[in-house]
Design a binder for this molecule. Sequence first.
Ligand code: 4NP
Length: 168
Amino acid sequence: MVKVLFVCLGNICRSPIAEGVFKDLIQKNGLEDKISCDSAGTAGWHEGQLPDRRAIKIALDHGIALAHKGREITAADLDTFDHIVVMDESNFKDVYELYYKTKHSNPAAEKLFLLRDYDPNVRGIKEVPDPYYGSELDFEEVFHIVQRSNEALLNSLIEKHGWQHQAQ
Ligand code: 4NP
């Protein structure tokens, strides 16, 4: 089983959307027995909470129900997950520091990367913008960035592992 962890700051906006979208793609491609995912925040402020209501709404508008409960990333996650996918440079730095603090080896080459490394439409800074202090339009933008990036991420995993999958 390939395990993917999506990480943002609060784990109530971007990463739960990414988790919900990726789970939907996994299911649509019939890959539930090959790949799984979860999400976490670099901060534990929203431990146990459902996603932000605007995140729940934008996902539901696209047919995806979010049921994740907020949690902070742990050192154990660094071992459990094969791919740790962060939303912005600040998340990258925080997870990178967690690796060093917990005496893990350099993660950058093998499993830590920015989601927008996979965005076919990315221009300039490769970050998923934080919508927390923004509007519903910002959540819509996040949803579309996450959707196209996750499709590319899943396709790259399908290709890498030579998985058979159902056509969309
Ligand atoms: P997220 O957004 O990292 O995409 O979940 C945020 C959620 C909460 C806060 C900041 C960003 N906050 O300051 O509580």
